[in-house]
Design a protein around this ligand. Structure first.
Ligand code: NCD
Length: 317
């Protein structure tokens, strides 16, 4: 029997739980590696992760994140086992604790990708796991691989990650993608964040305090139209329905910001429009034809960035 079933996690295992696990040199390394995978399909033919097994354990819905991780592992020559509906279709529905589930799955697989509705779930899982945990979203906590693929896309399209004015728009209180992205952008000099949200959905103080410490210029706005005229990146997000306790509140706020062709006329020509997707009604479909609309390219880049993350963790552990 494998030790991993019996022993607590080894202290030295490296995980990817939050932006804190990514310093600037590591970010640069991962983005460069992702670029290599994007440019050279033959590198994938070498099957560097052959013989390794990835488990994807998803307690919340996902299309892009889960499938891009699975595609990334398969393209690197590894294999995948998956619980895509883990809250209702796994032993969690019988009351098994996350910690017990992780301890067992860590005995089957070499890496675990976890999405869970509770903030801190991935960090808890890491404490119980003898293999690397990758946080694919912990409630309104963090989503570090999304933030990495966002950086990759910005660098790809604008050529740099510093001295940018980036507008983060929507549900900044619950949006884990923007929480992680803001902290990663804070590692590059000269960036300014324009935080556009209704007063009820402002970015939480835990992130704000750290952004101030990082020396980022910060501007808060409630009116999207006033905010877009001098942006390099317009990063639109959804209002996170599953995080609201009162449905009427969600209904009141869900369409507060829409990107349509009229708004795009205000966005500078050199700028780009991003969205972690799904976009629901937050971007009018006719905007897709605009060359500045980067969200489908952004989703596609998730494949290469996740290949880089899986490769790094395999080598680092
Ligand atoms: C996001 C998520 O689930 O955190 N989607 C994604 O991973 N691309 C954003 C969202 O659901 O709005």
């Amino acid at each position: 029997m494998s030790d991993t079933l019996l022993a607590p996690a080894a202290a030295r295992v490296r995980h990817l739980i939050s932006p804190d696990d990514l310093d600037r040199p590591l970010i640069e390394t991962l983005l460069t590696l992702a670029g290599t995978f994007a440019a050279a399909p033959q590198a994938q033919l070498l099957s560097p992760l052959k013989g390794r097994l990835l488990a994807t354990l998803f307690y919340e819905p996902s299309t892009r994140t889960r499938l891009s991780f699975e595609a990334a592992m398969l393209r690197l020559g590894g294999q995948v086992i998956s619980a895509e509906n883990a809250s209702s279709r796994s032993a969690a529905s019988k009351g098994e604790s996350l910690k017990d589930t992780i301890r067992v799955v860590a005995g089957f697989a070499d890496t675990i990708v976890l999405r869970h509705p509770e903030v801190g779930a991935a960090a808890q899982a890491a404490l119980a796991s003898a293999v690397p945990i990758i946080n694919a979203g912990d409630g309104a906590g963090h989503h570090p691989t999304q933030a990495l693929l966002d950086l990759y896309t910005i660098r790809q399209e604008l050529g740099r990650l510093d001295r940018l004015r980036i507008g983060l728009v929507g549900d900044l209180k619950h949006g884990r993608t923007v929480r992680s992205l803001a902290l990663l952008l804070g590692q590059f000099p000269g960036n300014e964040l324009v935080l556009v949200s209704p007063a009820e959905l402002r970015m939480e103080d835990d992130v704000m305090t750290r952004l101030r410490h990082a020396g980022l210029r910060l501007r808060e706005e409630t009116d999207l139209r006033c905010a877009v005229g001098d942006l390099d990146v317009l990063y639109q997000t959804g209002i996170q329905r599953e995080r609201f306790t009162v449905e009427a509140e969600y209904e009141r706020l869900k369409d507060v910001y829409r990107v349509d062709r009229t708004l795009m006329q205000r966005l500078p020509q050199h700028a780009m429009l991003m969205h972690p997707l799904p976009r629901l009604s937050q971007i009018e479909p006719l905007v897709d034809q605009d060359p500045r609309s980067a969200y489908f390219r952004q989703a596609h880049n998730g494949l290469y960035v996740r290949m880089a993350v899986l490769h790094w963790l395999a080598v680092a552990n």
